[in-house]
Design a protein around this ligand. Structure first.
Ligand SMILES: Nc1ncnc2c1ncn2[C@@H]1O[C@H](COP(=O)(O)OP(=O)(O)O)[C@@H](O)[C@H]1O
Ligand SMILES: NC(=O)OP(=O)(O)O
Length: 314
């Protein structure tokens, strides 16, 4: 089989489901690495990205709880960089172990990645990205009394979460370094948490307080490094139409034109599957013959063997 260049975007459940302790998140990533190593064993060049919504929200809460005048809390762009470091450490440690077990000699390295956004992106005045823990309605009443500037929305039917601005990525500052790492046989972990949002001001990149969607950032990176495949790994094996209804139907190979019709029919939930579908469409439309895949971590073996999962083509 010919060697492919693959950007894999890891969904939240690959890192944190209920237990937010470092041990539990590290264990989840050890389990995740067992699936990801299959691509490397097959000879594919892998670039890994991941979400950070729960972790960056939790970090902001820890920062706020411990802050003093002499030891101030860090702003959101710095917190995103901190989660790139912590999750990247867990991931490179776990994937490194699986690579060693497979008898392969390959380094895994985390890249603190700056992702460019437009300063006038309307997302800055319309926060939509859920971060941190879930709250009850009573709990957010009390938080809003103390922090009237914070916005909360109902998320995934599990309660309320704080939302922050989520601008669209326009570029990935470190993509050439990521390319060079792949050429050198290194597995980069990059655009973690969607990347640190930055705006170009003269020679300086200035951080902005936001959290970029990791599926959109992974798509932008996949375009820039000329990936053959963008694979979005989430909790479901396939994208469905009429999802969770008695007549739900899984999509196997689907064209961009067909997916756009399903978007018009509101088939994909806004805060969850829609951004993945939009990222997949963007990649197929803007790359040079690339395809996108949406499937689950647990289905990686079947995808590699039989092409199972939802495959999005031109
Ligand atoms: N049409 C659909 N087909 C499949 N899954 C869907 C659909 N609409 C909504 N979903 C939900 O979207 C979820 C994936 O989004 P999300 O949980 O935000 O992803 P992640 O955290 O893995 O990035 C699936 O687990 C599923 O519950
Ligand atoms: N940054 C980001 O998209 O994180 P989640 O996938 O955890 O929401």
């Amino acid at each position: 089989m010919t060697k492919r260049r693959i950007v894999v975007a890891l969904g939240g459940n690959a890192i944190l489901s209920k237990d937010a302790s470092a041990e539990a998140q590290q264990q989840a990533l050890r389990d995740t690495a067992k699936y990801l190593v299959q691509f490397i064993k097959q000879g594919d060049d892998l670039i890994v990205s991941h979400g950070n919504g729960p972790q960056v929200g939790n970090l902001l809460l820890q920062q706020a709880a411990g802050s003093t005048d002499k030891n101030p809390a860090m702003p959101l762009d710095t917190a995103v960089a901190m989660t790139q470091g912590s999750i990247g450490y867990w991931m490179q440690n776990a994937l490194g172990e699986e690579i060693a077990k497979a008898g392969l000699d390959k380094d895994v390295t985390t890249v603190v990645t700056q992702v460019e956004v437009n300063a006038d992106d309307q997302a800055f005045t319309n926060p939509t990205k859920p971060i941190g823990p879930f709250y009850t309605k009573d709990e957010i009443g009390a938080i809003k009394d103390a922090h009237p500037d914070q916005t909360f929305v109902e998320d995934a039917g599990r309660g309320y979460r704080r939302v922050v601005p989520s601008p669209r990525p326009t570029g990935v500052k470190e993509y050439k370094a990521i390319n060079a790492m792949v050429e050198a046989g290194i597995v980069p972990i990059s655009v973690g948490g969607g990347g640190v949002p930055v705006v170009q001001e003269g020679n300086r990149l200035v951080g902005r307080e936001a959290v970029i969607d990791k599926d959109f950032a992974s798509e932008k990176l996949a375009e820039l490094v000329n990936a053959d495949l963008l694979i979005v790994l989430t909790a479901v094996d396939n994208i469905y139409i009429n999802f969770n209804k008695p007549d739900q139907k899984k999509l196997e190979t689907v064209s961009v034109a067909e997916l756009k019709q399903y978007i018009d029919q509101d088939q994909f939930a806004k805060g969850s599957m829609l951004p993945k579908v939009q990222a997949a469409i963007d990649f197929v439309e803007h790359s040079n013959g690339g395809k996108a895949v949406v499937t689950s971590l647990e289905n990686v073996g079947n995808f590699l063997k039989n092409g199972d999962g939802t495959i999005i083509t031109k």
